[in-house]
Design a protein around this ligand. Structure first.
Ligand code: HEM
Length: 363
């Protein structure tokens, strides 16, 4: 892998064109932003102390280095601690506001959601791996993707706990019983990979089993490598095309091929459901949409709405990305904190039996 190691004349010309275009766009948006500032009476945020205030290459290089050393999040945390919860910075010539202020996050992700977007920052860098869906698109395309996902999430909230019990019991079996110290992270990772793939694809990847199936391991390795490379492309922003890594391209192919197998099965499921519907000459509800005990599989439900293979793959890649690591980190962190705060643990578990089988988690 290698990028930005050398700046050849061709690359310098590309950079010059890029910066000219960026400057023109910046000029137009600056006018618009100025009128918004006046309208909302905004004060300027503190400025990041750049060594290179013109292009912000110091911040860019520091981010690349931190990412290489897997300490990007800590680096950002330190910056926010040092410069405040909101500050302005220069991202390769483009003005940026960096914030972790909860009021800003609430405004961006919830109350004024429609005034903000992610597409210009995310779409191009993530396209080869993730395609277009909820995390990378705005507007109508985001709404369409969200509409595809929404029905299953509503039902899953209330209907799917039993399906996950097998994986959860296998997870409990892997925990030592004699009070030894255990690293929960890899085990939680396995738990959420098995449960999320059961929900997303209709089949668990079986990574909690004694021996992880080879195809599952290959997919996970490829997915995580492709995810890492996509993170680097995101950091490069409009210069993402400078990211050159054959292993990354191959990983993307392996991950897509694995997801496509499940997409094809889902399209087959759609065919058989539609055939059953034709045989019954009724609407979809009559072929068992709401039969008691039915296990909802996200990919199958989406395939009932569209049979576009690439669209289905994009959606499932996005939800797989969203659905495992975030849960592992949240639950892992909760366990880490609870094990250090026994009073809170007692309050949480008071009156409940933990790990006591069915019904123990009816909170
Ligand atoms: C505790 C665990 C979780 C946390 C902390 C979490 C956090 C988040 C955050 C911060 C976002 C906004 C991301 C952005 O676009 O910048 C998001 C979006 C999303 N998450 Fe989660 N998530 C969790 C679990 C899950 C699970 C289990 C799933 C699915 C199986 C999921 C599916 C999604 C989807 C589809 C979106 C995109 C929503 C949209 O743009 O409308 N998340 N999540």
């Amino acid at each position: 892998m290698g990028y930005l190691h050398t700046f050849s004349p061709q690359i310098l010309v590309i950079l010059a064109i890029y910066y000219t275009l960026t400057t023109l766009t910046t000029f137009q948006t600056r006018k618009h932003r100025q009128s918004l500032k006046t309208q909302h009476n905004c004060l300027p945020p503190p400025k990041y102390p750049h060594k290179d205030p013109i292009l912000g290459t110091d911040l860019f290089r520091a981010n690349i280095q931190a990412a290489k050393e897997s300490r990007l999040l800590t680096t950002w945390l330190q910056r926010f601690q040092q410069h405040g919860a909101t500050f302005s910075a220069n991202f390769l010539g483009a003005p940026a506001i960096c914030t972790v202020d909860p009021r800003n996050l609430q405004t961006i992700l919830s109350t004024n959601f429609h005034d903000f977007g992610v597409q210009p920052l995310r779409r191009d860098a993530t396209l080869p791996f993730l395609g277009e869906s909820v995390f990378t698109m705005d507007g109508v395309f985001w709404e369409l993707s969200r509409a595809l996902l929404r029905p299953t999430f509503g039902r899953a909230n209330v209907a799917n706990l039993e399906a996950f019990e097998g994986a959860f019991l296998r997870f409990l079996d892997l925990l030592p019983r004699g009070g030894e110290t255990v690293d929960l992270k890899p085990l939680l990772c396995k738990l959420f990979i098995d449960t999320s793939t059961l929900f997303l694809f209709g089949e668990s990847m079986g990574v909690l089993d004694e021996e992880t199936p080879t195809a599952s391991q290959e997919f996970l390795d490829a997915f995580h490598y492709a995810q890492q490379g996509t993170g680097r492309r995101l950091q490069l922003g409009k210069l993402a095309f400078l990211y050159r890594d054959r292993k990354w391209r191959e990983s993307v192919k392996v991950a897509h091929a694995f997801a496509d197998c499940y997409v094809d099965k889902a399209i087959e499921y759609r065919r058989s459901r539609l055939a059953a519907k034709d045989a019954k000459v009724g609407d979809m509800d009559e072929v068992g949409d709401d039969e008691p005990g039915k296990r909802y599989v996200l990919l199958h439900e989406m395939a009932m709405q569209t049979d576009k293979r690439e669209n289905l793959r994009n959606q499932i890649m996005h939800v797989f990305l969203a659905g495992h690591e975030s849960s592992v980190i949240s639950i892992g962190n909760a366990m880490f904190q609870l094990s250090r705060h026994p009073l809170r643990w007692e309050r949480l578990t008071a009156g409940r039996s933990v790990g006591g089988g069915r019904g123990a988690f009816d909170c």
